[in-house]
Design a protein around this ligand. Sequence first.
Ligand code: SF4
Length: 325
Amino acid sequence: MEFSHRPVTDQSFENALAKARDGVRLSVADGVELLTTGTDTEGIDPRRKERVLEAADRRRAEVVGDEVTFVANLNNNVTTACNTGCLFCNFKDRSEQFRSDYQESHGGFTKTPAESRDIVADAVDRGIYEVCSVSGLHPALTLDDEHRELLERSDRGDLNYRSPGEYDVDPGTYCAQIRAMDVGGVHVHSMTPEEAYHARRGTDWSYEEVFRRLKAAGLDSVPGTAAEILVDEVREVICPGKIGTAEWLEAMEAAASVGLGTTATIMYGHVENEMHRVMHLKTSATCRTGPAPSRSSSPSPSSTRRRRCTSAAWSRAAPPPPRTS
Ligand code: SF4
């Protein structure tokens, strides 16, 4: 596939490796040299690769030590209904299939807020202290009741909205789902930039306003998924229906600005090259400059498993906040 960004640099591998060992901030060219083990030779050099891995492991030991932490987390995804059409996604089901007048059965699901609450409450009883919820962009999902009223009154036909009454199951609103999942002091991690975009469609509300309302409903942190590769020439190939890189950043910075923690993911191993990967890392790292810095980056190799942007696994370097009950 022909891209304008190619993994070619005028940097030297040895210089990039020395900077990495010394903890000096790397440029994009440095990162490309390390990922490719030098762009002056063909393929991956196994001895150089070992040196890169050894330098990375040493930095890891210096920065975070040997302690490994984990999060007892439940994934509670609200719906598989989505018409965005990302090429890599086999999680989605066409939203038409969820309408009451659709005759054939399908394998998708939608949960009501009450169902989400029961699922999370049961998992909290069994010891989880965090719920991650990311979903397809169901046409009936709105931010809250005010948003629903605005969309009901709108005569625009391009807002990917339909009344909940047209579907077998009403997913409620994003705020209602967040309130429902906010059970027993659990940490609620939800609302990707793509979902935040869906939650403000047809309005002039800023992302700050959207995340402020979600935070008031009980949201604690925001998954920086739907990121895939944050380079538009790659997004145009694998997920042309999604927001672009600049809007993804705008949403994440808005989340941080209202005091929500954030994460960032990368989905790689498809059409992108090493230059795209390093550009992605540089772009997602800029989110860390907000008042509520990113908690982690989570790599997600592309595979044929059931996958969507928002279901990528994620992790946090720090332990979760203590349970309050
Ligand atoms: S990756 Fe996400 S936004 Fe894209 S089609 Fe799948 S569920 Fe929808």
